[in-house]
Design a protein around this ligand. Structure first.
Ligand code: PLP
Length: 417
């Protein structure tokens, strides 16, 4: 707070544009922290929210059900591979992950495998900011002050998963799995793109191999698709591209189109079966005040209806094509350490002597971009673009122009003695 400058006030947001008090316009190139799908203030979603708010605002979900929740659960299950059949609602990505961890642990115990109490996660992982989610996330500046609260986790992929070919860090995973498979409740990962870790794109074959090894070892697999879900990878879910069915799937961020908080943890029939019992101690003990809030569910149902329109997938392909075209233009620039793209997510990693989240270049590039009317939030020395689907070609090119300006700025800074 001591370093904070007064923040601009946003008075309106439409499609990909934020309108600030005083008249400035900013292109939201990061979908307001990866939540907006179609665009800001999407009319169908807004109408669904308004209508639901006047009909049924909130009701205790431990006691009743309601059509918006039923519809979202039904539609999600219809969109997912056949195995993933049971939806548990909560309100944000971190709780979706906490729920998956608790379900995995309890399912193992109730299947008669009480030794399976540990989790395996990957280096550079990010799964949220609550204590369990932080524990499975990579240690770093985000988690250091809370170290004493975190439970120990097996960590695969020593060093940067992006720098080394997958053979290097997959070997590490195989060795850990081999040694510890009997103690493992679950493996958790962000399939295809590790988001907060730096938009690190994993080869599909690596994720498939991890999934297959988990299956053979009888270890549950949790896909955290809180960021990758709802089109980011160029498919509705990363698991669709991979052809993999995890045992547990975490969704949030884009679930309501980004308009309201809502999350879902989706379990297979087998995981669900571990809780079916006459014995009430086998209940899955987890309930939030706002579980399956009807207004949020109505927003999600509207979002899912919009996602079914073929024009949406065409838009993902177009955004990816522009990303690839603009990335190709950057090749050979000395400041470019790596350029990568997966679906509508593109990242430009800069060569920086002090790479890391607190890299001073990040704020400088952020400020430059904002002054030029584009919202970017560099992850240290990594610039990325993750736009709402309704961004126009012209707006997207403008974002890329500003990314190129940021690169020029970084080149000038690097050239300084
Ligand atoms: C953002 C994110 C989370 C946490 O979601 P919140 O809604 O911010 O709690 C968890 N996992 C991944 C992969 C994320 O990107």
């Amino acid at each position: 707070m001591q370093q904070a400058r007064p923040l601009p006030t946003v008075v309106q947001a439409l499609d990909a544009v934020l309108y600030l008090a005083g008249g400035a316009e900013v292109i939201d190139a990061i979908s307001s922290w990866w939540v907006i799908t179609h665009g800001h203030s999407q009319p169908e979603i807004a109408a669904a929210i308004a209508e639901q708010a006047c009909r049924l605002d909130q009701v205790i979900f431990a006691e009743f059900t309601h059509e918006p929740a039923e519809e979202v659960a039904r539609e999600l299950v219809a969109l997912l591979p056949p195995g993933l059949a049971h939806v548990f609602f909560s309100d944000n990505g971190s709780t979706a992950v906490e729920i998956a961890l608790k379900m995995a642990l309890q399912a193992c115990r109730q299947r008669g495998e009480p030794r399976r109490t540990r989790f395996l996660a990957f280096s550079e992982a990010y799964h949220g900011d609550t204590v369990g989610a932080m524990s499975v996330g990579a240690a770093g500046v985000f988690t250091e002050p809370y170290r004493e609260l975190l439970f120990p986790v097996l960590r695969a992929g020593q060093g940067r998963c992006s720098d080394d070919p997958p053979e290097a860090w997959l070997g590490d995973f195989r060795a850990l799995l081999e040694r510890h498979h009997a103690e493992l409740a679950a493996v958790i990962l962000e399939p295809l793109i590790q988001g907060a870790g730096g938009m690190i794109v994993w080869p599909e074959a690596a994720v498939r191999e991890i999934a297959e090894l988990c299956r053979r070892a009888g270890v549950l697999l949790i896909f955290d698709e809180v960021m990758t879900g709802f089109g980011r990878t160029g498919a509705l879910f990363a698991l669709e591209k991979l052809g993999v069915t995890p045992d547990l799937l975490c969704l949030s961020k884009g679930l309501t189109g980004g308009a309201l908080p809502l999350a879902a943890t989706i379990a297979t029939r087998q995981v669900y079966a571990a809780f079916l019992s006459e014995d009430r101690r086998r209940t899955f003990f987890h309930g939030h005040s706002f579980t399956a809030n009807p207004i949020a569910c109505a927003a999600a149902a509207a979002n899912l209806r919009l996602l079914a329109e073929p024009a949406v997938r065409a838009r993902w392909r177009r955004i990816e094509a522009i990303h690839r075209q603009r990335l190709a233009r950057l090749a050979g620039r000395p400041i470019l350490r790596d350029g990568r793209c997966c679906g509508i997510v593109a990242a430009v990693e800069l060569a920086s002597p002090r790479a890391g989240y607190l890299d001073a270049i990040g704020p400088a590039l952020h400020d430059h971009a904002l002054a030029r009317g584009v919202l970017l939030r560099p992850l240290g020395h990594i610039l990325y673009i993750l736009p709402p689907f309704s961004i126009t070609d012209e707006q997207l090119h403008r974002v890329w122009d500003v990314v190129e300006e940021c690169m020029a700025l970084a080149e000038r800074q690097a050239a300084r003695p």
